[in-house]
Design a protein around this ligand. Structure first.
Ligand code: HEC
Length: 109
């Protein structure tokens, strides 16, 4: 009885921690950014260090991450509204954009 009770309560704590880490947070997550990039950007951009082929006329994420023209704020602005560009507006949410910016900035090296 005592053992069963203990086990249940530690499971409860684990579940609460899981919920907290999954649900909480607007913190930018570059791992999520990477998944978004592979899905939505890699068709045109070289979006990761291991990707070899994409459209020639498009800057790679490592170039963008290093670019002087793109602070994090400018990058986020551009992704929210890539006007006057051949780059399509992909209708990203703010949290997707934050994740992508974190990911793209990590490509700079
Ligand atoms: C259909 C092709 C296509 C897709 C998909 C695409 N892009 Fe682009 N992107 C372009 C092109 C083309 C340009 C160059 C625009 C120009 O020079 O006018 C560009 C430019 C950019 C730039 C600006 C680079 C600069 O130096 O001006 C950023 C940042 C960018 N893309 C990020 C992304 C991200 C992040 C994604 C995925 C969410 C994405 N792109 C998906 C085609 C694409």
């Amino acid at each position: 009885m005592q053992i069963g009770y203990r086990r249940r309560s530690s499971l409860g704590v684990a579940a609460a921690l899981l919920v907290a880490s999954a649900g909480g947070g607007t913190a930018a997550d570059s791992a999520k950014g990477r998944r978004i990039a592979e899905r939505w950007c890699a068709e045109c951009h070289v979006a990761s260090p291991v990707q070899r082929r994409a459209s020639d006329a498009v800057p790679t994420f490592s170039q963008i991450g290093r670019s002087e023209r793109f602070s994090e704020a400018k990058l986020a602005d551009f992704l929210a509204n890539p006007h006057r560009s051949r780059m399509p507006n992909l209708g990203l949410t703010r949290s997707e954009i934050a994740d992508l910016v974190a990911y793209i900035r990590r490509q700079a090296r």
